[in-house]
Ligand binder design. Structure first.
Ligand code: EPZ
Length: 418
C-alpha cells in the first residue's frame, strides 16, 4: 500500500495544467459501446477509474490503444452482455455501461453497484428510465437483468437531477425508436460533454445543459474524435491548495464557466482571482481570509465534489464557517481526520460548523474516498510538521499525477510504500 508524506509547504507558486475530466471520460468510454467504429478521445487522464472502465469494455470485446493521453476504442462486436462482477464491483460508474449495452444488444446483465463511503447511491432513477424506454427488468442475487427487443422513446421525469441516470438514459435513447424527453435532467458540464460526443457520433440530441433534454433515436452511430473537457474538480482542488498556502498559481486548461461556484466562494473569502486569460485562471492565496457558508447543490450550485477540499481550507479560516451537504448523506468522512489534525468542527446531520483555527498539526491520517483524500492533502500542505496520508489509492482514482503536479508548485510531498 502507498502513502503520502507531506511536510508543511510554503506558498505554492507556478503553473499547473489541469487534466481531462474523470467524470466526463467515464460516461464517454461507456458511450463507445454504441458503435462498431473507432472512437478517439484526447486528453484522457490515465486514472485508476479510467483503467477500470477500460477493462470493463475490453472484457466485453473492445479493442483499446493508448498513445500518451490519447485513447482509441473500437467495439467491433460486443461479445457478451453480462458485465464482469469483479470489474464492475470496483467502481459505481461502471453502471453507465448498462444503457449502451441494452441499446446495442437488446439485453444486459450487470451487478447492482454497492454503496460507497459517501452514501448508499441507489440506481433506481437509472432503472426507471430504462423501464420507461421499454426494458423488462428483473433483479436477483444482486444483479439487474434488462431486456428489450427495441427501445422505444419515452417521456421520463427524474425525481432528482441524477448525473448518472441522465447519462445512462441519454445514451440508451440515442438508438431507441422515436423521441425521448428527459425532464429534470442533470445539467453538469460533463452531461454536455457526453452529449457533444454522442452528437459527433450522429446522435440527435437537443437541450443538454438544460433540465429538458430531447433525444430522437437513430439507427446507428458512427465513430468520432473528441477532446475531453478539463476537470473542474481537479481545478477547484488546486485552487484550494493555492489558497490555503497563500500561494500564487496559474491554472492552465480550465473552462472558467465551470468554476463559477468555486470562484465566487473564494472571492467571498477575500482571495484574489484573475480570469482574464484565454484558457487559464490566476489565483493569489491569502493567509487572512474571511469565513463563509457553503451549501452543496446540483450544478450550477456549489459542487458536492469540492465540499471536502473547501472544508479543509475553512478549517484554518478564522471565524465561524458552515458547510451543508445536500447531495450525499455521508460525505463528511474527512472531518474526523481533520479533527485529529486539530480542526474545530462539529457535525450536525447534514451540516458542519467549522471554527477556523490558526494552524493544524501534521499526524497520520487515512483517506476514506477520493475527495476526502484530496482534502487531507490540502490540510497537510498548510499544517505544521509532517502528515502521513494512508490509503492514497482513493486519491489515485481521480487525480492524475497529483503529487507530481503539487511538487512542481513547490509542495513538499512524496509517495512512499508503507
Ligand atoms: C456523479 O455521480 C459523479 N461521478 C460524482 O463524482 C458526483 O459526486 C455526483 O455525480 C454528483 O455530482 C461520476 O460522474 C462518475 P448522482 P452519480 O446520480 O452519477 C441519488 C467524484 O468524486 N440518486 O447525481 O452517482 C444519489 O444517491 C464522484 O468524482 C438516487 O437516489 O451522482 C445521490 O444522493 C463522487 N437514485 C444523488 O442522487 C439514482 O438512481 C446524486 O447522485 C441515482 C442517484
Amino acid at each position: 500500500m502507498e502513502k503520502f508524506i507531506i511536510e508543511h509547504s510554503g506558498a505554492l507558486k507556478g503553473r499547473v495544467r489541469i487534466s481531462g475530466s474523470k467524470n466526463s471520460v467515464l460516461p464517454i468510454i461507456a458511450a463507445t459501446l454504441l458503435t462498431d467504429e473507432v472512437c478517439i478521445m484526447h486528453d484522457v487522464p490515465k486514472l485508476t477509474d479510467v483503467l477500470i472502465m477500460q477493462n470493463i469494455i475490453e472484457d466485453l470485446g473492445a479493442k483499446t490503444i493508448w498513445n500518451e493521453e490519447k485513447l482509441s476504442i473500437e467495439v467491433g462486436d460486443i461479445k457478451k452482455t453480462q458485465v464482469a462482477y469483479e470489474l464492475c464491483s470496483k467502481m459505481r460508474a461502471s453502471f453507465l455501461v448498462a444503457g449502451p449495452i441494452l441499446a446495442r444488444c437488446g439485453e444486459v446483465k450487470i451487478s447492482l453497484p454497492g454503496g460507497c463511503a459517501i452514501g448508499s447511491r441507489p440506481v433506481d432513477l437509472h432503472l426507471k428510465g430504462l423501464v420507461a424506454l421499454g426494458a423488462e427488468i428483473s433483479q436477483e442475487h444482486g444483479y439487474i437483468h434488462a431486456r428489450a427487443k427495441k427501445l422505444e422513446g419515452a417521456n421520463i421525469y427524474l425525481d432528482f437531477p441524477s448525473v448518472g441516470a441522465t447519462e445512462n438514459i441519454m445514451m440508451a435513447a440515442t438508438l431507441a425508436e422515436g423521441q425521448t424527453i428527459i425532464q429534470n435532467a442533470a445539467v453538469e458540464p460533463e452531461i454536455v460533454d457526453l452529449s457533444n460526443f454522442l452528437s459527433s457520433m450522429g446522435a440527435q440530441i437537443r437541450g443538454s445543459g438544460t433540465d429538458t433534454i430531447k433525444i430522437t433515436g437513430v439507427n446507428r452511430l458512427r465513430g468520432t474524435s473528441h477532446n475531453i473537457i478539463p476537470d473542474r474538480i481537479e481545478a477547484g482542488t488546486f485552487m484550494c491548495a493555492a489558497a490555503v498556502t497563500g500561494g500564487d498559481v496559474f491554472l492552465e486548461n480550465v473552462v472558467i464557466d465551470h468554476l463559477k461556484p468555486a470562484i465566487a466562494k473564494l472571492r467571498e473569502m477575500g482571495i484574489e482571482i484573475n480570469e482574464g486569460f484565454d484558457d487559464g485562471i490566476h489565483i493569489k492565496g491569502s493567509l487572512d481570509r474571511l469565513p463563509i457558508d457553503i451549501k452543496t447543490l446540483p450544478y450550477p450550485g456549489f459542487p458536492t465534489d469540492m465540499q471536502a477540499q473547501f472544508l479543509s481550507l475553512l478549517a484554518v479560516t478564522p471565524g465561524t464557517n458552515i458547510v451543508t451537504e445536500t447531495v450525499f448523506e455521508n460525505r463528511f468522512m474527512h472531518v474526523p481526520e481533520l479533527i485529529r489534525m486539530g480542526a474545530d468542527i462539529k457535525i450536525d446531520s447534514r451540516s458542519a460548523v467549522i471554527e477556523g483555527v490558526a494552524k493544524l498539526a501534521g499526524t497520520q491520517v487515512r483517506a476514506s474516498d477520493l475527495r476526502a483524500g484530496a482534502a487531507l492533502v490540502i490540510a497537510a500542505l498548510a499544517a505544521a510538521g509532517t502528515t502521513e496520508i494512508h490509503d492514497i489509492y482513493h486519491i489515485d482514482r481521480g487525480y492524475y499525477r497529483f503529487d507530481e503536479k503539487l511538487r512542481a508548485l513547490g509542495a513538499i510531498i512524496h509517495r512512499k510504500t508503507s
